[in-house]
Each structure stands twice: as structure tokens, then as C-alpha cells.
Ligand binder design. Structure first.
Ligand SMILES: *[C@@H]1O[C@H](CO)[C@@H](O)[C@H](O)[C@H]1NC(C)=O
Ligand SMILES: *[C@@H]1O[C@H](CO)[C@@H](O)[C@H](O)[C@H]1NC(C)=O
Ligand SMILES: *[C@@H]1O[C@H](CO)[C@@H](O)[C@H](O)[C@H]1NC(C)=O
Ligand SMILES: *[C@@H]1O[C@H](CO)[C@@H](O)[C@H](O)[C@H]1NC(C)=O
Ligand SMILES: *[C@@H]1O[C@H](CO)[C@@H](O)[C@H](O)[C@H]1NC(C)=O
Ligand SMILES: *[C@@H]1O[C@H](CO)[C@@H](O)[C@H](O)[C@H]1NC(C)=O
Ligand SMILES: *[C@@H]1O[C@H](CO)[C@@H](O)[C@H](O)[C@H]1NC(C)=O
Ligand SMILES: *[C@@H]1O[C@H](CO)[C@@H](O)[C@H](O)[C@H]1NC(C)=O
Ligand SMILES: *[C@@H]1O[C@H](CO)[C@@H](O)[C@H](O)[C@H]1NC(C)=O
Ligand SMILES: *[C@@H]1O[C@H](CO)[C@@H](O)[C@H](O)[C@H]1NC(C)=O
Length: 610
């Protein structure tokens, strides 16, 4: 018994092997004709049809697959992405017509035509393709609109018609309204109709697509309200993208029932009203964007349940409050609330958000009407953009651990509890422009410059710091910008051993700095590209060492009380200098302007800007 079974097995194996080796599925003559007709309407500069020769389309024709009986069941043409630039032309791609011959391949299950410069309107004969499961046209040069006959390809599961032209090309495809016939495609699992100039409303009958797990309609001109039924019928949806359209009305509360959702993009529309509290039930949601709408009211406290949330972008709306519950969102990586109408204090709990993310949370609450003192507990953030608000009180020292801090245009001052110093100083960019700091530099500023080995930008301009400027000069090896202009610093320029990194910018203008310029000032800053010490009270001669500035593009010494002759060494700046301003001083003699190619402003009434 066992022996006979064994023999049968061997026989089966032999037959199976024989079948695959001989691959006897000679191409169906009708399909061959259709493929040849299709090939005939293509220019083929990239010779991508090179393999389409002979009569057996099932044997080695690139992109063509057959059934065992020689019928073409899959055609996949994927050209190289068309070249961009002034003369965009697909030099190595296909160029051809969206020929009706395609729909003569009646056994097709898969038809994907991507980036091949398919010109003209799509044929409206998709009803021939009764077995079609996958249909994709992307990055083509289509004209016309969506063919309603696609709705007759009843087996369709994956439908993608998107980005019909790469950026920089004229788009001629006017998708038009989503044809009602598409609603008959009840097997659809994914629908992607992006960047296709779709117009009109989403027909309510899309709620027939009950097997859909991904529905993408981004970047079209769809308008009006979105059908409420989506919320209680398309239960499988994990991805819904309606961004960059013209939708209006409230966000349907019912969408809160799509509990499988992982991605929900509603940004760049004209949605109004509140954000539904029901969204707190979307516990798998990873990305929610609703920026650039007309949404108002609070961010619902129920958002504290969205434990999977990674990205929450509600910027550019009229939202008015942040719930402390957002601090519960441990996976949050980006929280963007820029340009809303959020008032009151920033809840300290926000500092806990993103605690499960290694890099920390990127938080943007800039351009709101937030006020009160900053929480002392924001040190775990990756970035904190809170400029253009009404925060007052001290700068919490723990922020020196945050990579990018912008608190410009607030009312922060040098008083009150600054909290504990951070364990590590990781700040790279620290912007405190236009606040209300007064008095001598508090020690935390030089400490940041000294201890944050990564700091590239520090801007404390437009405050009213007084006293000695020297503590700003620390060994900060990555510094690109030190802006302390528009303060009331009153001291000599420092003779510190601090060396500005090559290419950096130093702006100490509009202060009360006095005394002579030490020779070491230029030597130590020899690599600087931009030095502005104008509008101070500096006196004495300009030291010879000015010629040491090897990278200088802009040097502004104007509006001081410098005296004596301008040293000859200044000619050495000729190679790099773009703008040199010596005006409004008490120099005697003349400047070797010819050597500097007239890139100099010297006389008080002679302002040349280059
Ligand atoms: C087409 O056939 C090749 C080789 O047999 C196979 O690797 C590929 O998966 C097939 N493609 C489709 C879409 O059926
Ligand atoms: C794209 O289509 C237009 C006509 O709709 C045609 O004039 C143009 O030449 C086509 N571009 C390419 C690169 O085929
Ligand atoms: C949205 O609608 C407005 C007003 O009807 C119109 O001016 C605008 O062009 C539309 N935008 C898009 C992307 O369709
Ligand atoms: C958006 O809606 C507001 C009213 O809510 C309306 O004033 C505005 O014109 C709309 N904008 C567009 C582009 O439709
Ligand atoms: C969340 O779902 C539960 C049960 O599914 C429901 O009772 C509750 O009303 C929903 N919450 C909101 C805010 O809609
Ligand atoms: C969420 O945050 C609030 C306020 O910060 C807190 O009272 C609540 O216990 C937190 N809930 C969970 C589930 O962590
Ligand atoms: C800067 O740091 C060095 C050592 O890292 C230390 O010796 C020095 O005192 C510090 N200066 C200031 C102003 O903190
Ligand atoms: C800056 O502070 C100095 C000294 O405290 C004060 O005299 C001056 O008026 C202040 N300037 C501004 C613009 O507040
Ligand atoms: C320094 O800050 C002042 C005032 O904020 C600004 O006008 C100036 O352009 C800044 N300087 C540089 C070099 O960025
Ligand atoms: C100044 O530099 C320019 C190039 O930046 C050069 O052409 C010119 O000859 C130089 N002039 C003198 C006087 O060295």
C-alpha cells in the first residue's frame, strides 16, 4: 500500500515538474493581438518593450503573466519616473496612448500602468474585465475623466488612480465626480483616487464599500459634507485620507465609530465646528491631522485615550484649549497646535507626552494666546516651539535639555524659580528674542553655552540685559549664531580665549559696549563670517588685527566713536568682504576703498550697501 502511494506521489511530482519546465501555455492569439496593438501605439525610447517579440507573449515578455491556458492575467508596466526640469521628457520611458486594446485582455486580474506617459483618455470599456481585481494608473499623462465602466469590473478589490502627472507637468485629467457606478464595487478593499481633480460630493453610496480598509481621496476638489454613513458602515477602515479638498460642515461625530482607524487625515479643508469627543474611542489611531480648517472649541479630553497616537496636527484652526490628558499620550512624537486661539496656561502634564518615544515629543504651540508661567517639567521634549504667545515668568532651566527651543516674542523675565538644571545640556537652538529679560546675564545663559556642546544658535536679542557681555563668550564649538543685539550690555568687548567657529555670526549691535576694541577680539573671531558691533560706544583705534578676519563677509563697525587711521591691513579683507560699514565714527584720513572694490561705507553721509 505504502509503496503504491509512494509511486503515485512520484508520478504527481514528475507531472508537476514537467508542467513548469515546459510552460506550455502558448499565448492566446487574441491576447497576442491586443498586446501588439497596445505596443504599436507606444514610442519606446527606453526600449522597455524590447522583450515583446515573437508570438509567445507568455514566454519572457516583460510585465506579462499568463494563466496555464495561455491567457494574459496580469500586465504590469512600470516605467522609470519621468525626468523633471525645464524640458521634462521621459527619455527612457514609454510614451503611448491609453489604448482600448487593453480591455481586450479579458482574463486580466491585475492591470497596473505606472509612470509610462500614458496619454489621452482612459477607454470606457472596463466592463470587459470581469476578473479584474487590481487596477492602477499612476503618474501618467491622462486626459478626460474617470470612466464609469470601471464600476462594471465587479471583482475589483484594489483601485488606484492617482497623481496623473508628476509635479511640474500640466495636468489634463479632470476626474470629475466619483461615478455612482463605482458604488457597485462591493469587493473593494482599497480605493486610492488622489490628485485626480475629483469634484462634487462623495456619493453616499460609497458606504457600500464595506470591505474597504483604505480609502484615500486626498488632493482633489471634493466639497460639501462627508456622508455620515461612512462612520457606521465602513467599519474595516484603517486609513481614511480626505486632506486637501474643499469639504465643509462639521466633522461627523460618527467617524468616532471607525475604531479600526490608524490614519485619519482631514487637513486642508474647510471643516468647522468642534472636534468630536467620540474620537477618543479611536484607540488604534496613530496619525490624526486636521490642520488648516475652521475648527473651534477645545481639544477633547477624550484624546487622552489615544494611546497609539504618534502624530497629532491640529495647527491653523481656532481651537481654544489643550487638555492635560494629552500628557497621557506616551507614543506621541509630534504635537502641532501652531496658530490656534489656545488660551490659558500650558498644562504641565504636556511634558509627559511622548515619554515612550526615545527622541521625545516635538511640541509646537506657537502663535496662540497662551499665558502664565512655563511648567518646569518640559525637559523631556525634543523640541518646544512656543514663540508668539504671552508666557511670562522665568525660563525653566530644564529646557536646556531640549534640542530646539523657540520662546521668542513672549514676556519672559529674569525673575522667579528657574527650577533644577538639566542632567544633560542638549539644546542646539535657543531663541529668546524679544522677551522682557532685564539686568545682568543670569548664570544659566553662560552655563548653557559652556555645557551644551551642540549649541549652534542662541538669540537673546531685543531684551534689556545689562552689565558685562563677556560671559556670553564661552567655548561653544558648534556655534553658528550668537545674537545679543538690542540690549543694554555695558562693558568692554571681552578679551576671552573663546574662538568663534568658522563661518559664524556675531551680532552685538545696539548695546552700550564701550572702550577700545581689543586686538584679540578680531584674532579670536578670525573665522567669523558676520560681525556686527554697530550702534555701541566703542572708542579708540581700529586694531591691525582686523586683517585677520579670514572669512568675513559682513563687518559693521558703524555708529561708534572709533578714531585714528583705518589700518592698511583692512585690504586683506578684499577676498571675502561683501559689506563693510565704518560710517559714523571719528576716523581720520581715508580708507583704501579701491582695494576693497568699493564694498565699503565710510563717510557719514555716504551709505553704500552691497
Ligand atoms: C508573474 O510571473 C512571475 C514569474 O512566474 C512571478 O514571479 C510574478 O509574481 C507573477 N506576477 C503576477 C502579478 O502574477
Ligand atoms: C501629454 O499630453 C498632452 C496632450 O494631452 C500632449 O500634448 C503632451 O505631449 C503629452 N506629454 C507627453 C510627454 O507625452
Ligand atoms: C474651494 O471652494 C472655493 C469656493 O467655492 C473655491 O474658490 C476654491 O477654488 C476651491 N478649492 C479647491 C481646491 O477646489
Ligand atoms: C470656508 O468656510 C467659511 C465659513 O465657515 C467661508 O466663509 C469660507 O469662504 C470658506 N472657504 C472656502 C475656501 O470655501
Ligand atoms: C465610545 O464608545 C462607547 C462604546 O462603544 C460609547 O458608549 C461611547 O459613547 C463612545 N464615546 C464617545 C465619546 O462617543
Ligand atoms: C490622563 O491624564 C489625566 C490628567 O492628567 C489623569 O487624571 C488621568 O488619570 C490620566 N488617565 C490615564 C488613563 O492615564
Ligand atoms: C565652563 O566649563 C568648564 C569645564 O567644562 C569650567 O571649567 C568653567 O568654569 C565653565 N565656565 C562657566 C562660566 O561655567
Ligand atoms: C533697560 O534697563 C535699563 C537699566 O535698568 C533702564 O535704564 C532702561 O530704561 C531699560 N530700557 C528699556 C528699553 O526698557
Ligand atoms: C539679531 O537680532 C535682531 C533683533 O531681533 C535682528 O534684527 C537681527 O537681524 C539679528 N541678527 C542676525 C545676524 O540675525
Ligand atoms: C580684490 O578681490 C577681487 C576678487 O574678489 C580681485 O579681482 C581684485 O583684484 C582684488 N583687488 C585687490 C586690489 O587686491
Amino acid at each position: 500500500m505504502a509503496g503504491r502511494k509512494g509511486q503515485q506521489l512520484v508520478l504527481l511530482l514528475v507531472l508537476a515538474l514537467w508542467g513548469t519546465v515546459t510552460a506550455s501555455h502558448q499565448c492566446d492569439s487574441g491576447d497576442l493581438q491586443a498586446l501588439n496593438a497596445f505596443k504599436a501605439v507606444f514610442l519606446d525610447p527606453g526600449r522597455l518593450f524590447e522583450t515583446w517579440t515573437g508570438t509567445d507573449c507568455c514566454d519572457g515578455w516583460a510585465g506579462v503573466n499568463c494563466t496555464n491556458s495561455g491567457r494574459v492575467n496580469s500586465l504590469i508596466l512600470e516605467g522609470p519616473f519621468p525626468t523633471r526640469g525645464p524640458n521634462p521628457y521621459p527619455k527612457s520611458g514609454y510614451i503611448g496612448l491609453a489604448a482600448a486594446a487593453l480591455t481586450d485582455l479579458t482574463e486580466l486580474e491585475t492591470l497596473r500602468v505606472i509612470s509610462v506617459f500614458f496619454n489621452g483618455p482612459l477607454p470606457d470599456t472596463f466592463g470587459n474585465l470581469k476578473k479584474l481585481e487590481t487596477l492602477e494608473f499612476g503618474f501618467n499623462n491622462l486626459s478626460g475623466s474617470l470612466p464609469p465602466s470601471i464600476g462594471q469590473a465587479k471583482k475589483l478589490k484594489y483601485l488606484t488612480i492617482n497623481v496623473n502627472m508628476p509635479q511640474g507637468f500640466d495636468q489634463k485629467f479632470d476626474g470629475g465626480p466619483i461615478p455612482e457606478s463605482f458604488c457597485d464595487l462591493t469587493d473593494l478593499e482599497t480605493v486610492s483616487l488622489t490628485s485626480s481633480r475629483l469634484t462634487g460630493q462623495i456619493p453616499a453610496c460609497v458606504c457600500n464599500w464595506q470591505k474597504a480598509w483604505s480609502l484615500e481621496l486626498s488632493v482633489n476638489a471634493l466639497e460639501s459634507e462627508i456622508p455620515n454613513c461612512i462612520g457606521y458602515t465602513l467599519k474595516q477602515l484603517t486609513r481614511l485620507t480626505l486632506d486637501y479638498n474643499n469639504f465643509t460642515g462639521p466633522i461627523p461625530v460618527m467617524l468616532g465609530r471607525l475604531t479600526e482607524l490608524e490614519t485619519l487625515k482631514l487637513d486642508h479643508n474647510n471643516f468647522s465646528g468642534d472636534i468630536p469627543a467620540s474620537f477618543g474611542n479611536l484607540t488604534f489611531l496613530e496619525e490624526f491631522t486636521a490642520s488648516d480648517n475652521e475648527l473651534g472649541g477645545p481639544i477633547p479630553a477624550s484624546f487622552g485615550n489615544l494611546q497609539a497616537l504618534v502624530t497629532l496636527d491640529l495647527s491653523y484652526n481656532y481651537l481654544d484649549s489643550i487638555p492635560a490628558e494629552l500628557g497621557n499620550l506616551t507614543s506621541l512624537y509630534e504635537l502641532n497646535l501652531r496658530r490656534n486661539k489656545i488660551q490659558g496656561r500650558l498644562p504641565a502634564e504636556i511634558g509627559n507626552a511622548g515619554s515612550g518615544v526615545e527622541q521625545g515629543l516635538q511640541l509646537d504651540v506657537s502663535h496662540n494666546i497662551l499665558t502664565g508661567k512655563l511648567p518646569l517639567t518640559l525637559g523631556a521634549l525634543a523640541s518646544f516651539l512656543a514663540h508668539d504667545n504671552f508666557f511670562y515668568g522665568p525660563f525653566p532651566q530644564s529646557l536646556a535639555a531640549v534640542g530646539y527651543v523657540d520662546l521668542s516674542n513672549n514676556y519672559l523675565g529674569s525673575w522667579g524659580d528657574i527650577g533644577p538644571a538639566p542632567e544633560t545640556y542638549d539644546v542646539r537652538i535657543l531663541l529668546l528674542r524679544n522677551n522682557r529679560f532685564v539686568g545682568p546675564l543670569p548664570s544659566w545663559i553662560p552655563e548653557i553655552l559652556n555645557k551644551s556642546r551642540l549649541i549652534t544658535d542662541i538669540d537673546i536679542s531685543h531684551n534689556n540685559f545689562t552689565g558685562d557681555v563677556a560671559p556670553l563668550f564661552q567655548d561653544a564649538p558648534e556655534l553658528r549664531l550668537l545674537n545679543a543685539s538690542y540690549n543694554s550690555f555695558q562693558s568692554h568687548l571681552p578679551e576671552s580665549p573663546f574662538v568663534t567657529p568658522y563661518g559664524s555670526t556675531l551680532d552685538l549691535s545696539h548695546n552700550l559696549l564701550d572702550g577700545p576694541i581689543p586686538a584679540s577680539f578680531f584674532t579670536n573671531n578670525a573665522g567669523a563670517q558676520f560681525i556686527d558691533i554697530s550702534y555701541n560706544e566703542l572708542s579708540g583705534p581700529l586694531p591691525d588685527s582686523v586683517g585677520d578676519l579670514e572669512a568675513i563677509a559682513l563687518l559693521d563697525l558703524s555708529h561708534n566713536h572709533l578714531t585714528g587711521e583705518v589700518p592698511k591691513s583692512i585690504e586683506q579683507l578684499n577676498d571675502t568682504i561683501q559689506y563693510l560699514d565704518l560710517s559714523f565714527n571719528n576716523f581720520i584720513g581715508s580708507v583704501p576703498a579701491t582695494a576693497l572694490e568699493h564694498k565699503v561705507s565710510f563717510d557719514d553721509d555716504d551709505h553704500e550697501y552691497f
